[in-house]
Design a protein around this ligand. Structure first.
Ligand code: NDP
Ligand code: PMR
Length: 397
């Protein structure tokens, strides 16, 4: 950590936590009044400093040991072994992302690039999880800023590491917010981080994935059951619904219309579920556009209900207390962070999960199966339009 911090000072994230005005809504689940506490992530100071990143020194220092374009390395006995795979995992500083990073690092077959908004938190999390320094690299990425996304891409590309798998995992969820918060570019935060930041990242790293000589290259975008209205969980109000995309077309900034994709009134829980629909739609659109030509496997998944993660940090304390036992004993949908991490790690590396365009789920015996997406989350016309509107918003069209 000391080496990275001293070589890479401007990649250290010191994101501010700010309270925004406005009260909070009653929980749809427990019907209690909530305290006025909403956290937002403002990245301007990080951004300003990230422009001064000394890429050449910093990244080389971190990655020299792992950067190798050669797919097979000869051992002294002349046997050929597969080189370590390089997998970028966004939001690997906690929850599912961290558990996945740990599961992959433990195999010794992967260099996990932990793409995180809080550099020190990620380093500490990796250390606490017992990950060996040989098996991971922390790189700064704040998905709430497109400039930070572009900077991350530059840093990664400069490192010379091939990109074999990209996992779009990071997410935020603001179920109790009365007022929207915004990314650096002014997009509503949940869709801005969960969908638009990842969309730019994945689009811009596609060429790197394509150029990888690894036997199976993959782009994985984490989805969820709650975005799928063909399930019980997906029918808990507010339900995901992208409508006619008028809010997305207006820029989600509240200036030209609405902060919600469907043009409706801001609702944090719905914004999260809508963002997950976008994640699942984009996985399929990537598949349709690029699978045949590139051989890249595109996949999404529902890892199970990991009711203990930081995703619920903005929820009321009572929800956080009761949600895990509710999922464990009532819905029986609960999975531990470790188990969910193994599932996502499987989608990253299991040779039997190479089918593209698939939304994976797991049954009670923890066996993977191809699951059905809801009508909206599998609508190709909607996917095309979300793709095109998102391209405009992130500056790709
Ligand atoms: P966590 O809150 O534990 O993890 C989310 C991660 O995203 C954290 O590492 C967080 O960073 C990171 N993150 C948030 N904002 C940004 C940003 N602006 N830039 C970069 N990174 C950011 O939640 P989970 O592990 O539960 O969520 C992981 C994924 O799993 C999400 O895609 C979620 O939708 C999905 N999922 C979760 C389920 C669950 O039951 N928990 C169920 C289904 C899907 P930091 O550590 O700094 O806060
Ligand atoms: Mg749900 C089989 C039933 C099931 C499953 C698997 C989940 C998963 N949930 C189920 C059912 C129910 N939930 C029911 C019947 C209720 C009403 C009591 C309910 C409520 C509920 C709330 C209030 N559930 C929630 C919330 C949240 O705030 C979580 C959410 O929607 O976050 C967006 C959530 C979740 N339930 C799940 C899962 C996986 C979540 C986390 C959502 C996600 O990460 O996508």
């Amino acid at each position: 950590m000391a080496l990275q911090a001293s070589f890479f000072p401007s990649a250290l994230s010191t994101h501010k936590e700010g309270k925004v005005s406005g009260g909070v809504k009653d929980s749809a689940f427990f019907g209690f009044s909530l305290s006025d506490h909403v956290k937002s992530d403002f990245s301007c100071s990080v951004l300003r400093r990230s422009k001064r990143v000394n890429v050449s020194v910093g990244v080389r220092a971190q990655t020299a040991a792992t950067a190798s374009p050669a797919i097979n390395r000869a051992t002294p006995e002349g046997k050929k072994t597969l080189r370590k795979g390089n997998v970028v995992v966004t939001g690997a500083s906690s929850g599912l992302g961290l558990a996945t990073a740990k599961a992959l690092a433990e195999t010794g077959k992967w260099n996990v690039i932990m793409a995180c908004r809080d550099f020190l938190k990620a380093e500490r999390a990796a250390k606490a999880a017992g990950m060996s320094k040989d098996n991971y690299t922390v790189m700064h990425l704040n998905l709430a800023s497109l400039e930070s996304v572009r900077q991350f891409i530059k840093n990664f590309q400069y490192s010379g590491m091939p990109l074999d798998v990209l996992v779009c995992n990071a997410a935020v969820y603001f179920p109790t917010a009365n007022e929207p918060t915004y990314t650096a570019e002014g997009f509503e935060m949940s869709v801005g981080v969960n969908h638009l930041g990842h969309f730019l990242l994945a689009r811009e790293l596609l060429e790197d994935l394509k150029n990888s000589d690894y036997p199976s290259k993959r782009l994985i975008i984490v989805g969820s059951i709650t975005g799928n209205t063909n399930t019980l969980a997906g029918n808990v109000p507010p339900k995901a619904n992208l409508g006619d995309l008028r809010g997305l077309a207006g820029g989600l900034n509240g200036l030209n219309g609405s902060t919600m994709i469907d043009g409706g009134q801001f609702d944090g829980a719905k914004a999260y579920k809508d963002s997950k629909v976008c994640n699942m739609l984009m996985m399929q659109e990537f598949h349709r556009r690029y699978h045949e030509d590139t051989g890249i496997t595109f996949a999404s998944l529902y890892p199970g209900c990991i009711a203990t993660t930081g995703l619920f940090r903005e929820h009321i304390p009572l929800f956080r207390l009761l949600f895990p036992p509710f999922q464990k004993y009532i819905t029986k949908g609960f999975v531990s962070e470790d188990e969910a991490g193994k599932r996502l790690a499987q989608v990253v590396s299991d040779p039997s999960l190479t089918k593209s365009g698939v939304y994976w789920s797991w049954n009670k015996n923890s066996a993977s199966f191809e699951n059905q997406l809801s009508e909206e989350a599998s609508d190709p016309e909607k996917a095309r339009r979300v793709w095109e509107l998102s391209e405009k918003l992130v500056g790709l069209a």
